[in-house]
Design a binder for this molecule. Structure first.
Ligand code: DNO
Length: 401
């Protein structure tokens, strides 16, 4: 597999020359400064590509070419936005970039409640607490159906069965402070979304109002409608992908649960089977994010990798640990539910030099003081990358014997 790294552009504090030193071969990035819904021009793509190549690396994967909300909820602007998307794809291919990651999650790109959850060893991890997320939804966002929905929330089989979520939310209400509420907004809306999704910016003054306005767009959009909008989008872009040999790879929903009354359609093996079959074109593929998938207790990640390897064009190596109460944290890259060693075997045996990146990483040894994007530490990710390089080295050594 090709060793890649998510790099956030020229302003990233982690420079390309640092990445050369740790064995990175390819870069995963996006034109983060282009506003949502505008064409990525050939000139801007070329400028980024050359900058990366001048550092002795290659631009391997786009993560992400964002799919705007109008495409997801099927608004009046949809066809115009899809045309913009098609043009950006043509421009990327003309500059030699052929792998494009995107997601089809309404409003929120990914969600965590704690970005620096302490581990026993002094490092910290990303963490998701159902009670805190429900608290955010009910008391901070104040979504009208929130309490009703959380009161009937069903945890997947095997976790959280005895949990009284409402009692926990009420207890949180008693002990909540303005600072803690503020950090929930920061964690759920600002620090996790600002740098990946054009919907929110780090300096948004009224993020909650904006959030509510986005949610409003999805009133009446259920799973069936969202699926048909995804199919519509894929069918519209596949001719360009065929012509330009672009591999599209959708990122699974993170976490793979339905939240905020929004449908989520890339959560389970059945979902993945659905969109692959709905548009049966080899260019319609998957970003196999082992981390997102392993946060769903119902997902057998290894079985899914076996089933979907052929339609996987990009791999995110990361593994989650689910606690008995259903909350989850990001485990070591050599532990957790995802079994990354087995996944490396499966994806290596594809013999397509599939690009992979370590996704997220612990925050450790001073990472927390450097102002990195949430989940995208330097030392923590470097450590995980070294672990994965070791695994891959063993596999290739065994193969040569
Ligand atoms: C979070 C990432 C996501 C991912 C997008 C892809 O850390 O995995 O933001 O890049 O969902 O479109």
């Amino acid at each position: 597999m090709e060793k890649t790294w998510r790099w956030f552009g020229k302003k990233d504090k982690i420079t390309l020359s640092m990445l050369r030193q740790i064995g990175v071969e390819g870069i995963v990035t996006a034109l983060h400064d282009v506003p949502l819904g505008e064409v990525w021009t050939r000139e801007a793509i070329r400028d980024m590509r050359e900058y990366i190549e001048d550092a002795g690396l290659r631009w391997s994967v786009v993560e992400s070419l964002p799919v705007t909300e109008a495409i997801k909820y099927g608004g009046a602007e949809r066809d115009r936005q899809i045309e913009v998307y098609r043009q950006s794809l043509r421009n990327l291919a003309a500059e030699g970039i052929h792998t494009v990651c995107y997601n089809f999650m309404p409003v929120l790109d990914w969600a965590r409640t704690d970005l620096l959850h302490p581990n026993d060893d002094g490092s910290s991890n990303l963490f998701f607490s159902y009670a805190e997320f429900a608290y955010f939804d009910i008391y901070i966002l104040k979504r009208s159906d929130a309490r009703k929905e959380w009161a009937t929330f069903r945890f997947p089989e095997g976790v959280g069965q005895d949990r009284d979520l409402m009692a926990e939310v009420d207890a949180l209400r008693q002990e909540m402070t303005p600072e803690r509420e503020h950090s929930l907004v920061e964690n759920i809306v600002i620090k996790t979304q600002g740098f990946v999704s054009g919907n929110f910016r780090e300096d948004d003054e009224a993020p909650l109002e904006k959030f509510r306005a986005f949610l409003h767009l999805y009133e009446g959009i259920d799973k069936i409608r969202l699926r048909s909008n995804m199919k519509y989008f894929l069918e519209a872009i596949m001719p360009v992908c065929d012509e330009c040999d672009i591999n599209m790879c959708v990122h699974p929903d993170d976490p793979p649960i339905e939240i905020l009354g929004l449908p989520r359609i890339v959560r389970t093996a059945e979902d993945i089977r659905w969109f692959l079959n709905a548009v049966p074109n080899k260019h319609n593929g998957l970003t196999f994010c082992a981390g997102s998938l392993s946060a769903g207790a119902y997902n057998d990640v290894v079985a899914m990798a076996r089933e979907f390897a052929q339609r996987t064009h990009f791999v995110h190596l990361r593994s989650c640990h689910i606690f008995p109460n259903g909350d989850f944290t990001e485990a070591s890259h050599l532990g957790g539910r995802a079994d990354l060693i087995e996944l490396c075997k499966i994806f290596e045996s594809e013999e397509r030099n599939l690009p992979f990146r370590v996704d997220h990483g612990r925050t450790m040894l001073g990472d927390e003081t450097r102002g990195y994007n949430a989940g995208y530490s330097f030392l923590g990710r470097m450590y995980a990358m070294a672990q994965m390089q070791g695994v891959l080295a063993v596999l290739s050594h065994e193969k040569e014997k």
